[in-house]
Ligand binder design. Structure first.
Ligand code: ZN
Length: 309
């Protein structure tokens, strides 16, 4: 077992429309856009990052908007629901806000004794808000959602798997502990994590495999403090038999990727250097930022990328 991982770092999903995506996460959910850049591996599309004021690891929802991409087909081997933490007593506010915004799939229930509001993102993405007592992570209130209601960061993400055994072993190896199991869902928690501490494993032996598309999670990233700890995790995973990519520079963090036994793409990302490395905190996410290798494409990209508010 390793002890370098401290919870989630970011969740990256696919979308069909950049402007719809941007409106939903900023205007409706009240997150801050902390970075407007491009997909480093496919620079003709955006990579948009939303989170708290500075994009603290554990708060960062990111999107690759591919214009006109077909919707994904939900199934096994993918992330099911991405869950944000909100203050106790705020779900009534969120029900009104999401209803007014026309969000689909609103459903209030409880999971593991916590009040939950499920809803769909613009592309059918599976989301939920969960009321958490005393989540002391800093919130962003710059987009009109007050401090008593604003999202604190991720609470959890769920994995939909046909066979959960090997993935449970992997999560334990990564430092998670099984903390509960109810209604076919096993909850794993990260002791001493950054607040985005839970992974729920949904065992669904009879569903077919997911097909990636708009509304699908592309990968789930876990946080490590720095590059040294990342290299320790990489070595430990490879010693256990996982095929792990080399370390890749993502400008705002360093990344390694590997696929889980159930087919979900996992990333380990560093907390350093962070989203304020190339912009003032006061203006995060406003200008189009390009990595050095794609800077020569700037004029073409500025002409062709859909304008965002
Ligand atoms: Zn990532």
């Amino acid at each position: 077992m390793i002890n370098q991982i401290k919870g989630l770092h970011h969740v990256t999903s696919m979308a069909a429309s950049a402007s719809t995506n941007n409106r939903f996460f900023t205007d409706t959910l009240g997150l801050r856009r902390v970075k407007k850049t491009v997909n480093f591996d496919a620079p003709d599309v955006y990579h948009l990052y939303y989170g708290d004021e500075i994009g603290t690891p554990g708060s960062v929802m990111t999107y690759f908007p591919f214009p006109h991409i077909a919707r994904g087909r939900p199934g096994s081997g993918e992330v099911g629901t991405t869950v944000f933490s909100v203050p106790q007593g705020s779900l009534g506010y969120w029900t009104d806000r999401l209803t007014k915004a026309g969000a689909d799939g609103l459903k209030a229930d409880e999971a593991f004794g916590e009040k939950r509001l499920q809803f769909a993102g613009p592309d059918g993405d599976g989301f939920a808000l969960v009321e958490v007592k005393d989540d002391d992570r800093a919130q962003w209130t710059g987009n009109g959602v007050g401090a008593d209601e604003a999202i604190r960061g991720f609470h959890s993400a769920s994995l939909r798997l046909r066979d959960d055994g090997a993935n449970a072993e992997l999560l334990k190896f990564m430092g998670y502990e099984q903390v509960d199991a109810r209604d076919g869902v096993t909850r794993f928690g990260m002791p001493g994590g950054n607040g985005a501490d839970f992974i729920d494993v949904e065992t669904m032996p009879n569903i077919s495999g997911a097909r990636l598309g708009a509304g699908s999670v592309h990968h789930l990233a876990f946080a490590v403090e720095n590059r040294e700890k990342q290299l320790e995790v990489r070595k430990a995973l490879m010693d256990t038999g996982y095929q792990v990519t080399p370390v890749i520079d993502r400008d705002y963090f360093w990344a390694i990727y590997f696929r889980t036994p159930g087919g979900v793409l996992f990333e380990i990302a560093t907390n350093e250097p962070g989203f304020d490395r190339d912009e003032d905190t006061a203006h995060l996410g406003e200008a189009l930022k390009l990595p050095t290798q794609h800077e020569h494409l700037r004029s073409t990209l500025e002409e062709h990328l859909e304008p965002l508010a």
